[in-house]
Write a protein that binds this ligand. Sequence first.
Ligand SMILES: [Mn+2]
Length: 412
Amino acid sequence: MKALPEGSTVISAGYGTRYMSNNVFYPYHQNTDFWYLSGFNEPDSAMILEKNDSERGYKQTMFIPPKNPSAELWDGPRTGVEGVKELFAADEAFDSERFPMFIKDALLSKHVFMDSPVLNPSILSENTVKSMVDFAKNQRSIKPLSVLIQELRIIKSDYEIEVMKKSGQISAKSFIEAMKWTSPEFTEAQLWAKLDYECRMRGSSILAYVPVVASGPNGLSMHYVRNDMKMNDGDLVLVDCGGEYNGYASDITRTWPVNGKFTEPQRELYQAVLNVNKACIKLCSEKANISLHGIHSVSTRLMKEELAKIGFKVNTWELERVLYPHHVGHYLGLDVHDCHDLDRSRKLKKNMVVTIEPGIYVPYDNRFPEKYQGIAIRIEDNCVIGDEEPYVLTATAPKEVVDIEYCCANTN
Ligand SMILES: [Mn+2]
């Protein structure tokens, strides 16, 4: 609010409940921008911030589901109007149903910052509110809010880093348990359940995203999330999974042998990707003076060299469109793909958090050495940008060949 001009009003709405089918709802997840501003986790809530001359510099008005004994009988206790003033520092608070009355005035301020109501199910997308916003849009310019919040979110506070350390540890330890437990007698679905269980047993509220649990050639599909096949002896399993802890996501990928022992071609290809992963992680500092796009360029160059060492002859198109078709990383935070509107060409600054996730996916195509065909490998870590060197949040998840094989052999 300090950075905004006089006469500014910020309107932020949380998500409503989302449905899988008919009356069957998904586990509730708050809009992360609203959560960042408010810390409030109940559906159908909203907040209006008005810049003023008070000591605080602004007035915070919240709209929330009110206390209601019959609704609370079904859905559990609500914070209520008095609670949200006491616990969430609201100057004023009202029943969500009164939001349309207030937004009308709010939209008349000199500078209005809010995101399009059509983007997400929230009390902003209700018809009366939507028509008022559409009307205001024609009258004056409403400026987008999310990019402003993303600018705040991209640099983590020391407290956020502490929470993300815990989030990383939880997920990394869950990978250790998953490796120890993996065997050809299980399915991908069972390995998914194992990871979910281990994350939640350590304090995660939920997995941060639908994981990829892809054994054998299933790993060649980047977004394989069916996770329903039997895992075969002799195959690798590629797992991209992370828990959410106090709102903050982890995003780890490890690839390990279903039977616990790499074959020779698997190990060679794995080592190539691992070398790229480690070299790129070293670049995660302010001193390196580099962006995520910059690290990506380095990763493609290194990958080409690593592949040449083991007999691949590939051109740039084959490398960047077929074998390694995705980016080396993204920002990480409350969202897995955090600050998604901010460019990856900005120089990395202290306390940004990024993923480093080079991968190789060799299709059944005789342009590539036959012994590597059908193998998919990705190794992904979460790194806090430091002054001179990174802090790797996911360092406890094994990734050296010897560590993985030791872990897999240790079957409890
Ligand atoms: Mn990722």
